[in-house]
Design a protein around this ligand. Structure first.
Ligand code: SF4
Length: 748
């Protein structure tokens, strides 16, 4: 029997899938007649995009984000190809290393852009059967790739929302063409309702919602008889009913053979060193963090492999694949286990470098232990810091203390291990003062580490969701991922409003301003593992504007040759975008005007008109800007960006009352409220309605708490209406924020 297991986009094309590698080795060892073919469509997808281009993806993009600047020019100019080739080479000097870091930063932007463009297209195919252009071409190629293996069963491994839609789209196409049974599995399945999935998607036959090695083995054995009653962790249709079986856990992880990566072309991954994933345990030994649901797939059940077995795996993979870099992807590794693994590696004198995810910064992670681990090859650790305010750490039930956290970060740096600080923004009850102090701490430690910030998310199964009063939140609805045939598939994420402390929006704004003004970026774990094993050090990103100019200029040259495989209207649109980014507005206008003339699709036309509106506005051609925006509104009638543009153009034409109407419409649409209130403040100023101007500036301050200019305008207005006490208070605020800005500039 032949089974095809597929790993789909979108993941970074440097990560080698290990879930399906485990399934392959287990099935092939235990059922001799079974052959498993693993396909990593993710890395195939990115290599194809880099080589062949996006083929006009930006034109097809369904997003209503009119301000999006497609990064398709990175492909058109050949820049992304050059970048990905450089990213495959190990930097050998600090200068090379800095270039590498810059390249990685641009690649990351490109990667995210591709995801943003494709995701809505998948959704429209899954929910509404719309499949055209570039997406159709890619998906049909993928289906062909799978079907050439002549599988009797196809399984998709789903780790997160990012590769969920792609897998569903392929499953749907496979079912349109064949009767091959389709299975969904992977970590994300434990966070969704299997019943909902089977009700919504008739093209899915089976779901594994727990650990799958043994369960899939049993399933294959019972497949000929179709008697699945004894298959654990399985959900399927039995007659008119949906059966969802209990999860079962593998008690002894050592019985599973080492993962088999032999189906993957390791040379195709975009990384200077191949980094193989390895997992030494399943579940978390701490399992108490209030926000976390990582334990959900394991029902709080921790199992650890024998240390000997883990290090045997490293040795076996080194010999088989001629590699020496590994990444431990455990949910958590206790200091004790880190010690035992380090000692075993040292005892065998293995020349490895490795990174470790899931380290809790606890007291036992001593200097001596870190040093020993360094000697054994540890170069990068992911520290689940989350907060450096003791009150919040206690509330999260992290079980860590601030002093230990600080000590561990500094010790890592002294020893030569790169600590990767995972920091959570907006945990319920966090105050502005706490957040600012934490940002200061993180900034002080930026030279020693990389920081990854994540916004607090309220998850199904988390302690915060189960105890809303304790965490002072009001829980609202559960988010929806898909709506199909009147059936809903819920996301594991809930909406909520904090009753105390910062909203996530405000927390994000403050942190953005305090941290990202440093232009630091956090790389993914693979890149960190590789880079940390070089003698060079990360420094703040220094993206040269020259770089942008260079690739845009070469994109323009190529776009002007007309030999591209993209439609004419999109070619002119891309020219317009390139010139606009280079601030050559006359040429940008010419590009957009040409594109508008020949474009046929109304939605694309409207996108062009919005861009035109912005260019006219920047040139001071406000009447033409208004005309373009109004034309864009014919399609994007509920788009806040257009109303803001209109409001701005009317303001410059001194038509304040009309501007107020348009800006209020943008507010109704919840669009960039800070900017809109700000502009409304000016409109009211101009018509001498100072009270309203003050009210709008105050609202703007709430949304943009970091913007010092707002306090200056408030000062002026209070002074002009004689409220000197208020005026002075605003002046003080302005001075304080201004000082912060200066301090930031200095520390840069
Ligand atoms: S955040 Fe990490 S340490 Fe905390 S419970 Fe989750 S997996 Fe365990």
């Amino acid at each position: 029997m032949k089974i095809c297991l597929v790993f789909t986009p979108f993941h970074r094309p440097n990560s080698i899938p290990f879930g399906i590698a485990y399934l392959k080795s287990n099935l092939e060892r235990n059922i001799p007649k079974v052959r498993v073919k693993n396909i990593d469509l993710n890395v195939i997808f990115f290599n194809r995009v880099i080589q062949e281009g996006l083929n006009g993806l930006g034109k097809q993009c369904l997003s209503n984000d009119l301000e999006c600047i497609p990064l398709e020019n990175l492909v058109v100019s050949g820049e992304i190809k050059r970048i990905s080739e450089r990213l495959k080479k190990r930097p050998s000097t600090q200068k090379d290393f800095n270039l590498y870091v810059n390249d990685a930063y641009i690649f990351e932007k490109f990667y995210k852009e591709v995801i943003d463009c494709y995701q809505p297209l998948f959704k429209s195919f899954i929910e509404q059967d719309i499949l055209t252009g570039v997406l159709a071409k890619i998906l049909h190629q993928d289906v062909e790739r799978i079907l050439t293996e002549e599988p009797e069963i196809v399984g998709f491994s789903i780790l997160a929302e990012n590769n969920f839609s792609y897998s569903l789209a392929l499953a749907k196409l496979i079912k349109l063409r064949t009767k091959i049974p389709v299975i969904l599995g992977g970590a994300m399945m434990a966070h969704l309702e299997a019943r909902e999935l089977l009700e919504a998607f008739d093209f899915i036959d089976f779901i594994f919602h727990g650990e799958s090695e043994i369960a899939l083995e049993k399933f294959i054995k019972f497949f000929p008889s179709k008697k699945f009653d004894k298959v654990p962790s399985l959900a399927y249709r039995k007659g008119h009913h949906i059966q969802v079986h209990e999860r079962e856990y593998i008690n002894d992880l050592d019985v599973i053979p080492f993962p088999d990566f032999s189906d993957f072309d390791l040379e195709s991954y975009i990384s200077p060193e191949k980094v193989l994933p390895v997992i030494s345990s399943r579940g978390c030994y701490w399992k108490r963090c209030a926000f976390c649901t990582h334990n959900l797939p394991y029902s709080n059940y921790l199992r650890c492999r024998q240390i000997k077995n883990v290090i045997d795996e490293l040795e076996a993979q080194m010999a088989r694949f001629k590699i020496r870099h590994f990444l431990f992807v455990d949910e958590s590794i206790s200091p004790n286990r880190l010690r035992e693994m380090s000692e075993e590696i040292l005892k065998r004198d293995l020349p490895v470098y490795y990174g470790a995810e899931g380290m809790r910064p606890e007291d036992d992670l001593s200097y001596e232990l870190l040093e020993k681990s360094y000697d054994s090859g540890l170069r990068w650790i992911y520290l689940g810091v989350e907060s450096v305010t003791q009150r919040l750490l206690n509330k999260m039930d992290k079980g860590t203390n601030v002093e230990a956290v600080k000590g561990i970060i500094e010790n890592c740096y002294k020893i030569g291990i790169c600590p990767f600080i995972s920091y959570m923004i907006g945990f319920p009850t966090q105050t502005e003062k706490e957040l600012r102090e934490e940002c200061l701490f993180l900034k002080e430690h930026l030279p020693y580490s990389t920081v990854e910030t994540s916004l607090f998310t309220l998850l199904k199964g988390s302690s915060v969701l189960n105890n809303p009063d304790k965490y002072k939140i009001a829980v609202h609805s559960q988010k929806v991922l898909f709506e199909m045939n009147n059936k809903v598939v819920h996301s594991p994420v809930f909406n909520f409003v904090p009753k105390k402390g910062l909203t996530t929006h405000m927390a994000e704004k403050i942190a953005d301003n305090e941290l990202f003004s440093e232009s630091h970026t956090s790389f993914d774990e693979i890149m960190n593992t590789v880079l940390s094993a070089t003698p060079f050090r990360l420094s703040p990103i220094d993206i040269k504007t020259d770089h942008l100019k260079n690739y845009l200029s070469s994109a323009i040259k190529i776009l002007n040759t007309k030999k591209l495989k993209i439609e004419e209207d999109y070619r002119h649109f891309l020219l317009g975008i390139s010139y606009k980014q280079l601030n050559q507005l006359e040429l940008a206008v010419a590009g957009f005007e040409r594109a508008e003339k020949i474009a046929l699709e109304e939605k694309f036309k409207a996108k062009i008109r919005f861009q035109l509106g912005e260019c006219y506005e920047r040139k001071g051609r406000y009447h033409e800007a208004i005309h373009s925006y109004e034309k864009a509104l014919e399609i994007f009638s509920n788009n806040g960006a257009v109303y803001l543009g209109l409001g701005r153009a009317l303001f410059y034409l001194k038509e304040y009352q009309e501007a107020i109407k348009k800006l209020n419409k943008a507010l109704e649409l919840n669009y960039k409220e800070g900017q809109v209130h700000y502009l409304l403040g000016f409109c009211y100023e101009k018509i001498n309605n100072y009270k309203k101007a003050i009210a709008e500036f105050k609202k703007a301050e709430k949304v943009e708490p970091e913007d010092s200019r707002i306090n200056f305008f408030l000062f002026r207005r209070y002074r002009s209406i004689g409220q000197l006490e208020h005026a002075n208070r605003e002046l003080d605020k302005w001075a304080l924020k201004f000082k912060r800005i200066q301090h930031r500039a200095k520390s840069k």
